[in-house]
Ligand binder design. Structure first.
Ligand code: FAD
Length: 441
């Protein structure tokens, strides 16, 4: 990234209403801390806050500022769970570990709610507004029936919504039905990130913006973290850089595939239109392979997201693709003025689960939230903090694993271009299979 990309506005809707970033100016001079956290997204800031509250001295550094990465740019959908069904997680990890992971992932939104309330974070929280996972066809709906049963068996407020109810809740009749998960909520994510940073600072943490870390190396039995004008010597380090991971630790960036997700937002819709779209305030993503996700913001803007580019820049046509999809789903919006367009990077792993590592004694990380990190990154930040304090790896629900860089990582773009084109084709076909000639995208 060019240096000014860390300070320039990203053009998001959230920037227009979030409070200013409380982070201090760039790190200058030599500092000491118990823990140095690299990356001020939800993972790094939740870790910082929990460490500071429990009495550790913490210095947190970000190339940009609080929420500069995915955390300040996302859809603000606080979703429970992973992309895997509960029973699949149990089959994958065994009953004891699997159920622990299911419970952890299911409870992640509650942690976000608790932090917001406990620390008085103003971020437009819509607690338990509910997430509709909208099914594009019968096959997707059948899978959701099984998923709903699995969560309901575990006491979670998750149920199936038939075509007629989905039409009413979504404000569009294009979907076959939906899964409704009432644990989910919504926030202005940038305001949440900045609120976490402010809370951490109130508990004594030092959070610095404009401080790209250039090197991380051993200094006796401690670690030395260097920026252009300063350094932190710390006993332990947390690397919380997710899709923005660079070359600080050999092989780490090669573990995940960074891709853009992008969003567009209309101007506030007129009342008579806005009341027809998501009238009960749900947040939504659909079951397409290249999915669409959408919600209204507090001012009544329709905010819609979809897949962006695999490279560094997002062409106009990628934004238009999502805008056209929004118009097809909700014809009542007409031809609105799109007030905001922005993008950020998500980190994908082949197994669709985050990876946790102890890279060396005292250096820990979690990355690869696969586009579902509002609740999970916050929860993993807390877990990383507790692990750092206790040194007990058994306290980590997702067991730490050895670093596994992806083979052929350098050639990921052409391979992913082909996979994306194939997925878009399959998505179009799945709408046809549902008896509609055209889906929203
Ligand atoms: C457009 C978009 C929409 C999304 N929508 C949703 C959604 O609705 N719901 C959901 O659950 N998830 C969503 N996600 C995913 C979610 O935002 C992420 O999973 C989550 O924010 C990851 O948090 P993080 O703290 O791990 O990483 P990030 O927030 O990306 O933070 C990493 C930070 O590391 C910093 N960094 C990197 N290298 C260095 C260095 N060398 N020195 C200093 N700092 C460094 C970066 O500047 C960055 O701020 C979305 C993501 C995007 C991009």
């Amino acid at each position: 990234m060019k240096p000014d990309e860390f300070t320039a506005p990203v053009g998001s809707l959230w920037e227009a209403s979030a409070p200013p970033d409380p982070a201090s100016a760039a790190l200058d001079g030599e500092h000491e801390a118990d823990v140095c956290v690299i990356g001020a997204g939800f993972t790094g800031l939740a870790a910082t806050l929990h460490l500071a509250v429990s009495g550790s001295s913490v210095v947190t550094l970000d190339s940009g500022g609080s929420g500069f990465g995915g955390s300040g740019r996302n859809g603000g959908q606080i979703l429970p769970g992973f992309k895997w069904d509960p029973d699949e997680l149990v089959a994958k990890f065994g009953v004891e570990r699997g159920e622990r992971i299911v419970a952890f992932a299911g409870a992640a939104p509650d942690l976000v709610y608790r932090l917001i309330v406990e620390h008085g974070i103003e971020c437009g929280l819509r607690r338990n507004c509910g997430w509709l996972n909208a099914a594009v066809n019968d096959a997707a709906f059948a899978l959701q029936a099984s998923r709903a049963r699995q969560w309901a068996r575990r006491g979670a407020p998750v149920r199936l919504v038939d075509r007629a109810e989905a039409r009413e809740l979504l404000g569009t009749g294009r979907y076959r039905g939906a899964l409704l998960d009432e644990r989910a909520g919504a926030i202005n994510p940038l305001a949440f990130a900045r609120g976490l940073a402010a809370a951490a600072q109130r508990h004594g943490a030092r959070v610095h913006r404009a401080s790209p870390v250039r090197s991380l190396r051993r200094a006796g039995d401690r670690w030395r973290v260097e920026t252009k004008r300063g350094a932190v010597v710390a006993d332990q380090v947390l690397l919380c850089t997710n899709a923005y991971t660079g070359g600080l630790w050999p092989g780490l960036a090669q573990e995940v595939v960074p891709i853009h997700s992008l969003q567009v937002a209309t101007r506030p819709l007129p009342d008579k239109v806005r009341t027809t779209i998501l009238p009960h305030g749900h947040v939504v993503s659909d079951t397409q392979r290249i999915l669409l996700y959408f919600r209204l913001d507090d001012a009544g803007r329709l905010v819609m997201g979809g897949r962006g580019s695999l490279g560094e820049t997002n062409r106009d046509s990628l934004y238009r693709f999502v805008e056209d999809a929004a118009r097809r789903l909700f014809p009542a919006i007409g031809n609105p003025e799109w007030e905001f367009r922005w993008a950020g990077k998500v980190a994908l792993t082949p197994e669709h689960m985050p990876r946790v590592h102890e890279l060396a004694p005292g250096v820990r990380t979690c990355l690869g939230y696969n586009g579902r990190g509002v609740a999970m990154a916050t929860a993993m930040g807390k877990v990383l903090a507790e692990w750092t304090r206790s040194g007990d790896a058994d306290s980590v629900p997702l067991a730490p694993v050895p670093l596994r860089p992806l083979p052929f990582h350098r050639f990921r773009r052409p391979v992913l271009e082909v996979i994306t084109a194939y997925c878009r084709l399959r998505d179009r076909m799945s709408w046809r299979g549902a008896g509609r000639s055209e889906g929203p995208s």
